[in-house]
Ligand binder design. Structure first.
Ligand SMILES: *Cc1c(COP(=O)(O)O)cnc(C)c1O
Length: 395
């Protein structure tokens, strides 16, 4: 079988409509979202309105990044210095980083073999830490049973904040991911579902949370220029209480995101076609376990994970190397030393040393692969065949 030769990090070009919109903003010179001429509405404000509509929530704020969106949402929801904030152990470093960034203490909750948060451990950690907040990261697009999670958070008096960096376009029983908690955070960084290089959103249906978010993002007293924000009365306290943290999105990025957002549903279908091709190609491979998507979940297959639970410790790195040799780039969150974008809770030293033996075991045999839309469905079939053939040598 031929080796695979395409890069795993190549995104699609910007759509022509995005390029034209960007050029128009550049010609105007008005890149700052509050720099408007009489009667003009900012691209950023329009983007927020459109994103709120796709989620079916009243309020949305565009931010400089997904990480700043999380910091804003945490503070807007009431996290104060020294507060414990629960989060799942299997996630990327910006999540505990955002908690730390607002003075919170990350408290790690185990991730199950199904790659979602462990409810029993969540309950135990909430009780021992006294935490009043859960920042759940829907890592790699896998959703926990959201109805059960919301009920559990209610029972434990936990304020739920969602990190939807991997679930933009996803849903649980048809209800969009990002509509289950007090606030939700999204990223529009290059490797996510819409691409502005850097960028993000906070979405909420609570007027107070959104007023606090808008002021904190750096609106000065120009909050009436938002189309997806609450009325002036909601800002009475927030306008004087919230520090300005200069985390705004600009009109150039908003301009290139609007056409991409309009295309999101079609892109999700394309991702899922590719995900299914890989999943089908891997199904039945001896020793290899796939994560099957629950019926309630609308998944966005922008990456794929599989486990090799029986693999010997000293075979994991050689297996990854053998896949790399045939052009298939796998990531391993269980590596003892962090590489590239991967890391795990043992490499977040600022969070203090915490135990997560279940997650450690899961991550030790979990393989992760990005699925860029520059891959065709045939490319995905070839990748699956190469992984399956390589896996056979590691039996
Ligand atoms: C990318 C990412 C973020 C943060 O996004 P940035 O826009 O890069 O700050 C948050 N959570 C997860 C799980 C991510 O992958």
């Amino acid at each position: 079988m031929d080796a695979f030769t395409k890069p795993f990090t190549q995104q699609e070009p910007m759509p022509e409509a995005a390029i034209e919109a960007a050029v128009a903003v550049m010609r105007s010179g008005r890149l700052h979202r509050y720099n408007l001429v009489e009667g003009e509405i900012a691209e950023t404000a329009l983007l927020e309105q459109e994103f709120a509509a796709t989620l079916g929530v009243p309020y949305c704020l565009a931010t400089a990044s997904g990480g700043t969106a999380m910091q804003i949402a945490l503070v807007a929801c009431g996290v104060e210095s020294g507060d414990a904030v629960l989060t799942n152990a299997f996630t990327l470093s910006p999540v505990p980083g955002a908690i730390h960034g607002v003075g919170g203490k990350p408290v790690i909750v185990e991730t199950t073999e199904n790659l979602t948060i462990d409810f029993a451990h969540l309950e135990a950690q909430a009780e021992t830490s006294g935490a009043k907040f859960l920042l759940i990261s829907h890592m790699r697009g896998h959703l926990a049973d959201m109805d059960a999670l919301v009920a559990l958070c209610d029972g434990l008096d936990l304020t739920l904040i969602e990190d939807c960096a991997h679930t933009m376009g996803g849903a649980w029983k048809g209800k969009p991911s990002g509509t289950f908690g007090k606030a939700a955070c999204f990223s529009t960084q290059t490797y996510k579902h819409i691409n502005s290089g850097e960028g993000g959103f906070v979405a909420a249906d609570d007027a107070d949370v959104m007023a606090r978010s808008i002021i904190r993002s750096g609106s000065y007293m120009l909050y009436d220029r938002h189309l997806a924000g609450p009325g002036a009365e909601a800002f009475a306290d927030a306008r004087l209480d919230m520090p300005n943290c200069s985390s705004r999105m600009d009109n150039l990025r908003a301009a290139i995101l609007r056409p991409q957002l309009a295309d999101l549903a079609a892109q999700v279908d394309r991702w899922n076609e590719r995900y299914a091709a890989i999943q089908d190609g891997l199904r039945g491979t001896p020793g290899l376990r796939l994560r099957e998507t629950p019926n309630e979940e609308t998944h966005v297959g922008s990456s794929i994970q599989f486990m090799m639970p029986e693999m010997a410790d000293d075979q994991v790195a050689p297996f990854i190397a053998a896949c790399a040799k045939v052009g298939v780039e796998l990531k391993w969150f269980g590596a003892p030393d962090p590489h590239g974008y991967t890391s795990n809770h043992t490499s977040w030293r600022y969070a203090g040393s915490q135990e997560a033996p279940v997650t450690d075991r899961v991550l030790s045999r979990l393989f992760d692969m990005r699925i860029p839309l520059t891959f065709s469905v045939d490319d995905c079939k070839q990748i699956a065949a190469l992984i399956a053939a390589t896996a056979a040598d590691f039996r």
